[in-house]
Write a protein that binds this ligand. Structure first.
Ligand code: NAD
Length: 473
């Protein structure tokens, strides 16, 4: 088992509704009293689906696109994109007068209260994100807001890297409108998790709704748009909402690549990869679960590194390249190095380590990343003192004893019998295990730099303290 840190990230409002029923369009139509007037900027895949589905929920929707052809298609009841059910929805709601399209952004803002920005954010040749369409729309909406009056809410649905909303969209809206965000207009980020091919179904049965909000009022406007849809609703800061989309897509890509590497090894060994993956995914305690997904310190122990090495070795013998699997141990070593550099950057020399075993509750030191960190620090001349109530050197036997003798023979000299002795020695305290004795000892002293690898209980009390450094938060 690897050493795990507490889950990072912001708090949520929790589930918005129970379960995930089979929701049809008719079931989710909004009562007219709640209907909003929405402008959807960009009539590509995301914009067309959002516009049609919002109209089918009873909202009054104007689609806006720079392409007169796309606007014309919508106004003639035809879809600009090919997607299951989208043609019927557009035809129905254009006929009913709830959906129309235009190229006139100013007119669209004048006749609505919410803008959903769904324009493209393609890659540049270097791989960076092209934000020019979002910038242009921000300028247009901002200019239209200048003469409009009344509260308006701008909601960014396009995929944008964290800080784009705050650093690019917000200043442009403010400059063009000559108003302040949160005052003259609302601003939110509402990433979209629909999959092309099933996006209408996904709209009405989303895995979750994420609302990044500049203020409560902006978030409320977005929440009301989707009121009654299944799935949890998360209200978070703008940057978190932007980040979730990248976290999700990176994870999806990693899963697909992992599954394919595993499949190739299985095939090379004459095994049915689908049977293997069926069993892997059936484990919702350790596999398809939050386990091992909490940013913290490196993993270690007597199993994960050893088994990964053996598996990669076997794949090589079967002539199966497994670049994702091969990158895991170097990535893990990088986490140890990152923590070492963090400690080094403090400029202090006396370091206290809390926790030495590879995870709390065990005395197993084999391939413990804390041992690797201790070695690195010792090698660079740091004055080290260690406390781990589970690791009493005098009692260590067998494999553990041999590990200590080979890897850090001076361990006994470095081990302190109390956490207080460590905090009294150290200028920098590294918390690698949320041991209550260590946390209590830290609370009794001032002026220590705390490097937290586990997000220990009570670490929130240190928030904003320049002496507190979370390893990944
Ligand atoms: N396609 C997907 O499945 C999907 C899923 C999730 C998120 N996203 C994200 O959503 C965003 C939109 O993706 P898409 O696939 O719908 O893009 P798209 O390229 O299909 O459509 C973008 C539309 O925006 C229009 N546009 C450009 N500038 C405009 C302006 N100034 N005013 C009005 N319209 C303008 C374009 O003419 C085009 O019709 C992207 O950020 C994308 O990464 C896409």
């Amino acid at each position: 088992m690897p050493r795990l840190g507490r889950q990072g990230g912001d708090t949520t409002d929790g589930p918005g509704s129970e379960g995930v029923p089979d929701v049809g369009v008719a079931d989710t139509a909004m009562p007219t009293a709640r209907a909003k007037r929405v402008a959807v900027f960009g009539l590509g895949y995301v914009g067309s689906v959002s516009a049609a589905c919002l109209a089918s929920r009873g909202h009054s929707v104007i689609g806006v696109d720079v392409s007169p052809e796309k606007a014309d298609m919508v106004n003639h009841g035809r879809s600009p994109v090919v997607e299951e059910r989208i043609g019927d929805l557009i035809a129905e709601h254009v006929a009913e007068g709830r959906l129309s399209a235009t190229t006139d952004s100013e007119g669209a803002v004048a006749r609505t209260d919410i803008a959903l920005v769904c324009v493209g954010t393609p890659s540049t040749p270097s791989g960076s994100l092209q934000t020019s369409f979002v910038e242009q729309v921000s300028d247009e909406i901002g200019a239209a807001l200048a003469g409009r009056g009344g509260r308006y809410t701008v909601v960014i649905r396009s995929t944008m890297l964290p800080t784009t909303c705050e650093q690019i969209v917000l200043p442009r809206l403010e400059a063009a409108s000559r108003m302040y965000a949160g005052d003259g207009f609302g601003l939110a980020v509402n990433p979209e998790f629909l999959r092309e091919g099933s996006s209408v179904r996904d709209f009405f049965d989303p895995p979750k709704t994420v609302i990044g909000q500049i203020d409560e009022a902006s978030g409320d406007v977005v929440a009301e748009l989707y009121e009654g849809l299944p799935g949890p609703v998360y209200r978070v800061p703008l940057g978190v909402a932007e980040m979730i989309k990248y976290a999700d897509n990176s994870f999806h890509a990693l899963k697909a690549g992992f599954a394919n590497e595993l499949g190739a090894v299985c095939k090379g060994l004459g095994l049915d990869s689908h049977v293997v993956m069926d069993i892997l995914t059936s484990d919702t305690k350790l596999n398809i679960s939050p386990a091992y997904l909490r940013p913290g310190f490196a993993f270690g122990g007597s199993c994960l590194p050893k088994d990964l090495r053996a598996f990669i070795h076997r794949a090589r013998r079967a002539d199966v390249p497994v670049p994702i699997l091969e990158s895991i141990l170097p990535s893990n070593e990088g986490q140890v190095e990152r923590v070492f550099r963090t400690i080094e950057a403090t400029g202090k020399r006396r370091v206290g380590l809390f926790g030495l075993a590879f995870k709390p509750g065990t005395d197993d030191l084999r391939e413990s990343p804390m041992v690797a960190l201790a070695e690195r620090l010792l090698g660079r001349g740091f004055e080290l003192m260690i406390h781990d109530p589970q690791v009493a050197v005098s009692r260590l036997l067998g494999a553990n004893r041999a590990y200590v003798d080979q890897r850090i023979p001076h361990l006994s000299r470095l081990m302190a019998s109390s956490a207080d002795a460590v905090v009294n020695h150290a200028e920098v305290c590294v918390v690698g295990a949320a041991d209550p004795e260590a946390i209590a000892a830290l609370g009794r002293v001032d002026g220590r730099i705390v490097v937290d690898l586990v997000r220990f209980p009570g670490s929130a009390d240190y928030e904003g303290d320049p002496g507190y450094i979370g390893v990944s938060w």
